[in-house]
Design a protein around this ligand. Structure first.
Ligand code: SF4
Length: 316
């Protein structure tokens, strides 16, 4: 690992001022960024430790739950407000990583973790995300874990965050020191600039996440399918929030992980459910809508049926 400067910030204004320069990055739990630095995938001249900032905790406000950016994943997962009112979020957090990592990792850091594409994490391989213009080794390489939706000719990596998928279904808002960003607008599509992953600017500090918590949903569930039962990223995942009236779907919010470069939304799938009973026909129609336009690669065509079956499992 290259040498770097380290500063512990005790006030948000200090952290933001120091991080305004290129080459500076915030660090909280450090569960991703330090590995990337050790492997030579990322280089930062200066790390600003933000752990002393007053940005942790969970707060219930009128109609919403506010999660501090520095709240640890394990704390958020078991908070009574999250467990009781947002089960899909608690389940997504508990399905993430391992207990040890969840004890360290912050919510804000989780949203910003980098892809697990093995070519991205191997500094000797071509990768447009790590080194713009160098090519994408995954397009013709081992792409079992890669995207079937929303990719580009420049990158087909998937975003690894379970939390981001659940927050997308919940229509959450990412709050920074200068603005509020709907999570649907937070992640950028890869296009021809896959190295640009979010709309955050240099030195912009995530301070929290706001989640609407209005009516309880009859279905509030996160299902993650993976190669082993723990400490593993999703092959596919589904976050679903469904409200019923008289057995008919009144509201449906769906988001999908492991299939796209950012949490994948399918308004068509939601519309296939709304106003209908949750039966085989409507669930099948929703599944077909999710994968419309999918572009499977050599090793990941199985995801086309797997994501539909995962949705069926959640809705049934
Ligand atoms: Fe890099 Fe994206 Fe291609 Fe993976 S899929 S090698 S992250 S450009």
């Amino acid at each position: 690992m290259d040498d770097f400067l380290y500063t512990r910030a005790d006030r948000p204004e200090t952290a933001v001022r120091l991080a305004a320069q290129p080459g500076v990055r915030f660090i909280a739990g450090g569960t991703d960024v330090l590995n990337l630095m050790k492997d030579g995938v990322e280089r930062h001249e200066h790390l600003i430790d933000i752990n002393a900032l007053p940005l942790s905790g969970v707060r219930e406000a009128a109609g919403r739950i506010e999660l501090g950016a520095l709240c640890r994943m394990s704390d958020a997962a078991v908070h009574p407000a999250v467990r009781g009112r947002l089960p899909v979020l608690s389940q997504a957090l508990l399905a993430s990583a391992s207990p040890q990592v969840r004890n360290m990792a912050s919510l804000g850091g989780n949203l910003l973790q980098r892809t697990r594409c093995w070519y991205f994490r191997d500094a000797s391989m071509p990768c447009n995300k790590r080194q713009p213009g160098s090519g994408c080794a995954a397009l013709r390489g081992q792409n079992r874990w890669h995207a079937i939706l929303g990719g580009s000719d420049h990158c087909i990596a998937v975003h690894p965050s379970d939390l981001a998928v659940a927050l997308t279904a919940l229509d959450a808002t990412v709050v920074t020191h200068r603005r509020r960003i709907p999570i649907a607008d937070f992640y950028l599509p890869p296009g021809d600039t896959p190295h640009l992953e979010t709309v955050l600017r240099q030195g912009e500090l995530i301070t929290g996440i706001e989640v609407p918590a209005t009516l309880p949903a009859e279905i509030s569930r996160y299902l993650k399918l993976r190669d082993r039962a723990t400490f593993e990223f999703a092959v596919v995942s589904v976050a679903a929030l469904v409200r019923l009236r008289g057995g008919v779907v009144r509201e449906a919010r769906l988001a999908f992980g492991g299939v796209a470069p950012r949490p994948w939304q399918s308004p068509e799938a939601e519309q296939a459910l709304i106003g209908r009973r949750l039966d085989d026909a409507s669930i099948r129609a929703a599944g077909e809508a999710v994968v419309r336009g999918a572009v499977p690669r050599e090793h990941n065509a199985f995801k086309v049926s797997l994501i539909q079956r995962a949705l069926q499992e959640v809705l049934r």
